[in-house]
Design a protein around this ligand. Sequence first.
Ligand code: NAG
Length: 601
Amino acid sequence: MSFSTRVAGLLFLLVLWCRRRPRDPQMIRFGAHVVLVLRYLLAEEIKDTFREKLMTVGDRILHMYSLFLFSKHHEELVGIYASQLASHRCIDLFVHMMELRLNSSVHVKYKIFLSAMEYLPFSQGDDSKGSFEEIIERLLSRSRETKAGKFDETSDVVEQHRLQSLQKALVVQWLCFTPPSTITDVKDISAKLLMRALIHREFALISMWRVPAMPIGAHELLSFLAEPLKQLSETPDTFEDYVSENLKEFQDWSEYYSCDATYRNWLKIELANAEVSADELSVEEKQRAIMAAKETLDLSFLLLLRERNPWLISRVEHISESMEPLFLELHATAMLRLPSGESMCPDATVCAALMSALYSSATEEVVSEHLTRDGMISSNEVMLLKILERVWVTVGLLVRLSEENGPSSSMYWKGIATHELWSDRLFYLNLGLSVRYGHVNVAISSKDSYSIEVILRCLAVEGDGIGPHILNDGGLLSAVMAAGFKGELARFQAGVTLEISRLDAWFSSKDGSLEGPATYIVQGLCRRCCIPEVILRCMQVSVSLMESGNPFESHDQLIELVSSSETGFINLFSQQQLQEFLLFEREYSICKMELLEEPSS
Ligand SMILES: *[C@@H]1O[C@H](CO)[C@@H](O)[C@H](O)[C@H]1NC(C)=O
C-alpha cells in the first residue's frame, strides 16, 4: 500500500469516528488537528487525486470542529480552523454563525468579528481563501432581502416590518467594530468598513408616521455608527471626496433623527396629557410638554435653517460620461398602508391599479414639467400622448393577465406589446417631447404577501441623470415615488401610502444592466419626504404651544421658509401637504385671535 493511500484511509477513518461519536469533542478535535498537520506536512508533495481527498474530507472534519467550538461559545477560536476551509465553505460558515449571533451581546459579536479579521484576508485575493468582504457582502444582501412573512392580523404586519428594520440595522453593526491594530493596513480597512456601513437612507423612510413609536432600526443604526465615525472625523487625514461626502450625510441624518426623537417624545407627553382633563393637569406636566415642544422646534430650526450646506444636498455631481442613452431605475420593496395605519394585503387588481397610477403620474409629471418649462407641447400632442399611454398600459396588463392563463395566450399579447410600432411611436415621442418613461412594474413579493416590489425605469435627461441636478429633488423617479409615498397618486385609492422597506436607484444601460448607484434620486426622495414632514411637525407643535398660551416666537419664520424661493422647499411639498400646512396656519391664527380677545385678568 502506498503512503498516500494509507493517509487517505486514515482520513476516512477519522471521519467515520467523528460521525460515530459526534458528542466526543476530543475525537473531533484530534481529527481537526491531524488534518491541519497533514496539510502542512504534505502541502508540496501530494498528488492531485490525493490532494482532492485531503481537501474535501479534511474540510468536513474542520467544519465539524468549527461548529463544535461555536456551539461551545468559543467564537474566538473559530477563525483558525474556518480559515483553512475552501473559500465558499468558509464564507457559508461565517455567514451562518454571524446570523445566529445577530442578537448576541456586543462582546460575543466582537469575538467573531476579531476571529474573522485576524485569520481571513480582508479582500478577495488569489489565495482562494474566503475573505471578510465577501462574508459581509453576503450578510448585507441577505439582510435586505424580503423576509417570508406569516401574519395573523394586519396590525402584526406593521410591527413586524418595524422589527425587521432593527434586524437589518444589527447586521450593520458588524461593520462598526474597530479592527485589531495588528492587521496590516488597519486604517484603510477601518475606513472601508465604515463606508460600507453608511447605508442609512432607506431606513429614513421606514417610519414617517406621526406616532410616538420610534423607528428603532434607524436609531439603532445611528448609535452604532456614532463612535467609529467620531474617531474617523477626529483624524483629519486627507479623505477622498466620497468619504467626506458620506460623513456629511451621516451628520445630516443624525440631525434629522434628533428632530425625530424629540418630536416623538413631545407627542408621547402630549398624548399622555390629553388623557387627563385640562383642569386636573399639574403645572409640571404642562411644563414638561412645553419644554419638549420648544426642544423639538429648536432642533428642527437648526436643520431647516442651514444656509451654506442645506440638508442632504451632496456636492459631488453625478455626471455620467457614457455616450449611450442612459436610463434611470428605481427598485423599491414596499408595504401598502391604509389611512388608518393598518397594512393592506395587495392582490393582482391592486398591483395593476398601482402600476397604472404610477405610470400616469410619471406622464403627468413629464408633461407638466415640459409645458411649464418650454411651452412646447401642443394640446393635441398631450392628447395623443395620453391615449397612447393608456393603450400601452392596457397591453402591458393584458400580457400580465394572460400569463396566468398559460403561455400560448400570453404569446399573442406579448407579440403586440413588443411590436416595433410601439417602440417607434415611443421613440418619436421621446424625440419630440422628451417623454422619458420606459417601464413600470408592480408585483407582489414572492416571499411576503404583504410586500410589493416596484420597478420604475425612465430615460435620463439633462438635469436628471445627465449633468448636475440643480433642483435637488431627485428628478422624475423621485417625484413619482414620493407621490406614492405620500398617498397622493391620482387614480389610486386615496390615502393609501407606500411604505418603503428597501430602496435602490441605479443608472442603467440600454439593455437593462445596472451601471452604478444613482444616489441623487434617493437623496432627493428623502428630501421630498423628510423636509415637508419636519416643517409640518413644527407647525403642529407650534399650534399646540399657541393653544397652551405660550406662542413660539419664530413661528412666522416657518411661513417664510416655505415660501422663500431660495430654499426651494415649496417644490418638495405635495398638494395635500401644502393644504395641511395652510390648515395648521389657520388653526394657529384662530388660536391667536382667541387669545388676544380673552380679557387679560
Ligand atoms: C433575533 O431577534 C428577533 C426579534 O426578537 C427574532 O425575530 C430573530 O429570530 C432573532 N434572531 C436570532 C438569530 O436569534
